[in-house]
Design a protein around this ligand. Structure first.
Ligand SMILES: CC(C)(COP(=O)(O)OP(=O)(O)OC[C@H]1O[C@@H](n2cnc3c(N)ncnc32)[C@H](O)[C@@H]1OP(=O)(O)O)[C@@H](O)C(=O)NCCC(=O)NCCS
Length: 186
């Protein structure tokens, strides 16, 4: 099996059960206690900006992207990123990160953040967020808070507590959007 035998696709709801299995194997039950998990609980992830790797029709790796906000800033949070053990060290993880960053850029996102190992993500463009600039809803090793700026200056706008964007600024309910139109029409 080589990198050339792997297909990369945007995530589809049909992939969800296999993705969950991969994440369970990679992170164990402790994943529910992680700061990033707590943030992701706040709302849906961005399926169109999340990707899977397939081999022989099965999902072998996944990366998800979730909308977050902190202070004046907003960003996508990358993760979880996981590759099935049998498929590690073939460049699949790095390619998934690259696809997610390209998709975030095309969609106009100003920055991507994550909690992860700098030695892995550094060469992909991520660098440390200065200590104390942002806070997470659960304890994290602050040296693992990383960001890549798509728009210059976007990382500095992220300040204070990071949370799912829907918790910070809930999307307007359809009735709230429709109401003025109904009023105007009557
Ligand atoms: C981390 C992970 C996603 C990497 O996926 P992968 O497809 O094996 O990675 P790639 O093939 O793209 O890259 C492999 C390289 O990254 C290095 N690497 C892997 N994990 C690393 C880490 N945590 N820190 C630093 N380097 C790491 C490998 O040693 C290898 O180096 P080399 O190219 O010099 O030989 C995968 O090991 C995994 O699923 N781990 C368990 C879950 C996890 O820790 N996810 C990341 C959360 S932040």
């Amino acid at each position: 099996m080589t990198f050339a035998d792997v297909t990369f696709l945007p995530e589809d709801p049909a992939h969800e059960a296999e993705i969950e299995e991969i994440n369970a194997e990679a992170f164990g039950p402790g994943r529910y206690a992680r700061a990033a998990y707590k943030i992701r609980e706040g709302g849906p992830h961005e399926r169109a900006l999340s990707f899977v790797a397939l081999h022989d029709g099965s999902v072998i790796a996944s990366v998800k992207m979730t909308r977050v906000a902190a202070g004046e800033g907003r960003a996508l949070m990358l993760g979880p990123l996981a590759v099935k053990p049998a498929f590690k060290n073939r460049g699949i993880g790095k390619h998934l990160v690259k696809l997610a960053l390209e998709a975030a850029t095309r969609a106009g996102w100003p920055a991507v953040v994550l909690v992860g190992d700098e030695p892995y993500y550094g060469p992909l463009g991520f660098s440390r967020i200065p200590r104390g600039q942002i806070a997470m809803p659960r304890p994290v090793d602050l040296s693992r808070l990383l960001a890549v700026e798509i728009e210059p200056g976007a990382a500095a706008k992220l300040t204070g507590m990071v949370d799912h964007e829907d918790r910070v600024a809930p999307p307007a309910a359809p009735e709230a959007i429709a109401a003025p139109l109904v009023a105007a029409a009557s």
